[in-house]
Design a binder for this molecule. Sequence first.
Ligand code: GDP
Ligand code: MG
Length: 549
Amino acid sequence: MIKSNEIPIKHAQSIKGDIATTKIGKFNFYIWDYTGVEHFSFIWEEFIKESDAVLLITDSTKENIEKSKFFLEIIRSEAPIANVAVIANKQDLIQAMNAKEIEKILGFKTYSIVAVDPINRIKIIQIIAELLNISSGVSQQIRTMEERDNLRNYLEQLIEDNDFQLANTVIDRIIDLCVELGDDALSNDFKELGIKLDHILDEKINDIGQLIPEGLTETEPAEGQATSVKARLLETLVTNYMKSIESVIEVTICDRDGFTIMSQSKKKIARDDVLGAMATVIDDYIDRMKNEFDAEGNFFNITMISDKKIAYCSMGPNSILTSIAELSASDVELRIFSEHVASKVELILEGNENVDVEIPLVITTMSKSKGGELPTGKFSTKIIMTGNYQVGKTSLVSRFVRNLFQESYQSTIGVDLSEKVVELSDDTKIKFIIWDIGGQITQIAPYRKRFYEGANSAFIVLDRTRPGTLKSVEIWYNDISKYVNEDINIIIVGNKTDLTDEIKVSEEDIRSLAEKFGFHYILTSAKTGENVNDAFLYIAYKFLESISS
Ligand code: GDP
Ligand code: MG
């Protein structure tokens, strides 16, 4: 509410940390907001330590208030001189205890509030002001803040309407207001946005001569043509797959009812034995899938029939990929290739015509990792997301963790922590703890060290439509090297690959840069999801390789 963002209605699955900067009265604030999820409890002491003021938020239920006493203990030991107040939130719910009762139980001044009601924004700022004894002079600041927030909404509207000229004027005013409020981070964000809009305006003017007159726009391809594009893409994809692993001898793509979409085989196999058995097994799987998984459920399994391995994989609602391989194929490589190819099949069947059907080098590399043997156990790895502003760091994380993509840009403030557990096999689980930092990394200098500390792996993300972001890869690499001395696994990620018409950074450009540093690279789209899983999996395999060597 302090940042005046919309209140999330659904509780986000990820584990979030956030630092908001704001100014009230004469003071600049860093407001740290961290998760209450228990296995992140290692953060709490550090988090509360030496705070000047602590606001404890409760949902006003009896159970939650009892649990909150735990925090009061930490506050007593880590921040004994802090001013403490309690917020009794969700006062609109029937079971809510009132502020007076809560105050009696916890022993600190308690304010009641309904956080979903935006009107309370001013109230919460006043609570903070009161907590810090700085109420005089606050009201002017609040008015400035309100003006800024209204303009931010207006700006969004203007950008949506493509009115960049007016948007630029509004940005200038927002920057002034941010400066007045002492919010440098946000003012810099808006400066960058202004520069971006300037570019768009320049390009628009240059393009005017080439605009296609109305009525002459390209016609939609006919149904028949569309399917042949699909067929051609699937064909090439499967050919490339079979070329990449010697031991795979037959590949079939069928829909989720078991009807074959296409099939390729390298050599005649003992059809009667294998295919007959295979048909039975696949029918069985389809039944199981229908019963046990929803339409979206992903699936991977390997069975052995006579002297062949059969891998079944589904990465979406449209298809099942079946691969028949010699026993020399490792389960690991079958899984890595199957998941990669099955994801591509889904993209193609959804009508995506720009799917890259070449098998990326990282796929081959990770499938050969440790000769296909995985260390067994549960592992955990810290990944940091680096790269310039707006390259898609947050989008990649959200695609990987929640399979979501958001078109509208929300700059990350502070740090987002997300985690996801992936089962690489029955005996190998890996937990990804992903640190995604906002654009103002240079401004919160003390935070920087913490961000880099202990990282096992790093993404350096670039936006393929902005050549400057490729140049910055070296800067990020140097920054990482400064803070992390051990062997950190790095992958260069060329994102926004879906924007085919706007791409200015070619695969070749990225490859030669990656080679210069000795890293691998991958081309992704957080929007379509292309290769996003593979980027994270690559990092996982690299990590497992490094700890078990
Ligand atoms: P960050 O600043 O690096 O965290 O960038 P974000 O993830 O917030 O993304 C910046 C903007 O680019 C947002 O508007 C996203 O919707 C958009 N974006 C991110 N990834 C892609 C992508 O792969 N394709 C396209 N077309 N847009 C993307
Ligand atoms: Mg971000």
